[in-house]
Write a protein of this length. Structure first.
Length: 62
């Protein structure tokens, strides 16, 4: 898989973030501090909706 870190990874080694890998129908997500541990896989459309929600600054209902 081709893992990519966010451009917002922070300073230093840039290991304080998550990494994603695009798959044909899913997006795999892992912790950059512990890449050998498990990954989370979500459908591409769901991940895209999540990213758009974050970009809009959507908030969870309280």
């Amino acid at each position: 898989m081709n893992w990519q870190k966010s451009s917002y990874s922070g300073g230093g080694d840039g290991d304080a973030c998550v990494e994603i890998a695009a798959l044909p129908a899913h997006v795999a997500i892992r912790d950059s501090k512990a890449p050998a541990r498990g990954t989370l896989s979500v459908p591409t459309a769901s991940f895209a909706a999540f990213v758009e929600s974050v970009k809009r600054g959507s908030r969870r209902a309280e």
